[in-house]
Design a protein around this ligand. Structure first.
Ligand SMILES: [Zn+2]
Length: 354
């Protein structure tokens, strides 16, 4: 049993080894925990581990405030800890706060004993996880599960991108297509001409792996993938001088791109690959994405599609990591991200049943 002191510092009884404030960074903590074999490596272990509210709190505190708890409002150190409520009170500004404040968990009545396993599940299930599955696994309603998953997806969005270099594949795909079942007003909003009429275009750019480094992908849901839009995404993502492989239907044969990149196109009507010239790695990502969306989420509102795409991108780019690394990586991004139910659903949208 881990004890949390009044100052928010954490101490453990001897031989229990749950003190994660020993080390300055969560990843350091993680590697030190590896030796102690205390930190979970599977979902079943995670559920058991985080079932203890003090262990869950201690873990999150160490991630959030590796140098000790400080007030989110005024940054004062050493706030008083109200042990019974597991919240702090700032000695300077008097504000009360929990570890959830300013994170994707803020204002949620759901405990960390459910939030942390939920995050574990979404970060690690290759094909995603539906709100029904999550609801059943955690004993919450489908609606609550849906909201939790969308908050977690927010943490899973990749915010910063190093420019891609070397050998790059670019391709587009179209997702969805249930327009005939939509209400006319939504239909008008969703359908925007070009490409697969009732489908949403997604542009993918993939940097091939080199020297044991895994390939990585960036995918963008685009309202309208015209020539200019595609070029803008490529220019923002790919370093000049890179080898760029596309198929001949991609709309950037003309203009500036061929001069900035060593562009070669494959005609998919005629051949699959010509030496290095192919988009097969990206095809692999598309099939994973489509499997998750069709198999797990069944139908995704185009309004939310980017969230599911971001989720798959994150898991794909971290596919060489293990479950606990992916969990900690997503958890490290929970701070500073918050979305309300209203923001998620929009004024005219109801929560989807995915
Ligand atoms: Zn304060």
């Amino acid at each position: 049993m881990t004890q949390v002191s009044r100052s928010g510092g954490v101490s453990s009884p001897p031989n229990k080894g749950n003190n994660i404030l020993d080390t300055p960074a969560p990843l350091l903590y993680l590697s030190s925990m590896n030796k102690r074999k205390a930190f979970p490596s599977s979902l079943a272990e995670a559920i058991r581990y985080f079932a203890d509210p003090d262990v869950a709190l201690t873990f999150l505190v160490s991630l959030r405030w590796p140098k000790g708890v400080s007030c989110p409002a005024c940054e004062a150190k050493n706030p008083g800890f109200l042990k019974t409520r597991r919240i702090w009170k700032c000695r300077d500004c008097g504000r009360q706060f929990s570890v959830k404040l300013g994170t994707i968990f803020e204002d949620s009545p759901i405990g960390l004993d459910k939030w942390l396993p939920a995050l574990w599940m979404l970060a690690n299930s290759k094909n995603g996880i539906s709100s029904y599955e999550l609801g059943r696994a955690l004993g919450v309603t489908q609606k609550t599960g849906w909201f939790m998953l969308h908050r977690i997806r927010l943490a899973m969005q990749t915010r910063t991108w190093a420019k891609m270099r070397g050998h790059i594949e670019a391709d587009e795909t179209f997702i969805g297509g249930k327009a005939k079942f939509m209400h006319w007003s939504k239909r008008k909003r969703v359908i925007r001409g070009s490409g697969g009429m009732d489908k949403t275009p997604v542009l993918g750019i993939l940097e091939r792996g080199t020297d044991g480094k895994a390939s990585r992908v960036r995918a963008t849901v685009a309202k309208n993938l015209n020539q200019r839009g595609i070029r803008g995404h490529v220019l923002a993502t790919v370093e000049k001088g890179a080898h760029l492989y596309t198929d001949t239907t991609m709309q950037y044969g003309k203009g500036r791109l061929p001069k900035l990149y060593q562009h070669e196109a494959i005609n998919h009507a005629r051949e699959y690959a010509r030496g290095q010239v192919h988009t097969n790695s990206l095809e692999n990502f598309w099939s994973l994405l489509k499997r998750a969306i069709k198999g797990t989420y069944v139908s995704v509102d185009p309004f939310h599609l980017f969230r599911y795409v971001d989720e798959q991108v994150r898991r794909f780019n971290e596919r060489k990591s293990n479950d606990r690394q992916r969990f900690v990586s997503a958890l490290a991004d929970i701070v500073g991200r918050r979305v309300t139910y209203r923001e998620l659903t929009g004024a005219d949208l109801k929560p989807a049943t995915t």
